[in-house]
Design a binder for this molecule. Structure first.
Ligand SMILES: [Zn+2]
Length: 203
């Protein structure tokens, strides 16, 4: 279902496509002709976690809306008033009942179709898994067993696998999807002066 913005949320006037000068030049956007409100359409931040247990395995879970055999990372929307770090601890607890005892950032990726930006963490956890109703089943995978997939959460998983000294193996996330990673995103193209840095994508 797509929800296109039609009315100004401030004064309820019908929005119009209006071109205006911005820092990057003339830009057409949905704007309010009455109060000058602009619909920027910024991406929504989504948090994701590569959840690792003390046996060095990653937790992959199947969402209730996904078909059988599709397993992904733990994800959720960032809420107003929290940091991304606090948000991912909350999401992991809500969805799995596991307690995050340590975390580090893995990276950020775009999800253009949903106009979202993914911020992904590697978290270490304590406790027993108890899934929220949103998730229907889960599995623990070793870095050797884990298959990555060519989208943001899959690249986050690839970073985790690589941090274990292994080369990530990619596969399709769903049937009929290409299993090949985007060459702009994987393999990493390190900056020659310091391999912790990667080269920026072409833009
Ligand atoms: Zn308005």
């Amino acid at each position: 279902m797509s929800h296109e913005m039609r009315f100004c949320p401030s004064c309820a006037t019908t929005l119009q496509r209006v071109a205006q000068q911005e820092d990057g030049g003339l830009k057409e956007r949905l704007r309010c002709p009455a109060c000058d409100w602009t619909h920027w359409g910024n991406p929504t931040p989504v948090l994701a976690a590569v959840v690792e247990n003390d046996d060095g395995q990653v937790l992959l879970a199947r969402n209730a809306l996904w078909q059988e055999g599709m397993f992904g990372l733990i994800t959720g929307f960032m809420e107003a008033g929290e940091s991304p770090e606090a948000g991912i601890c909350r999401e992991v607890q809500e969805e799995t009942s596991l307690r995050v005892k340590a975390l580090r950032i893995l990276g950020s990726w775009e999800f253009l179709r949903m106009n979202q930006v993914l911020i992904a963490y590697h978290v270490r956890v304590d406790g027993e898994v108890k899934l929220s109703p949103e998730l229907v089943e889960y599995q623990w995978k070793t870095p050797q067993e884990a298959r990555c997939w060519p989208s943001g959460t899959g690249y986050a998983l690839a970073h985790w696998v690589r941090s274990k000294g292994l080369e990530p193996q990619f596969g399709a996330f769903r049937p009929n999807q290409s299993p090949e990673p985007d060459p702009a995103k994987w393999p990493l193209q390190h900056w020659s002066h310091d391999e912790r840095f990667v080269l920026p994508p072409q833009w």
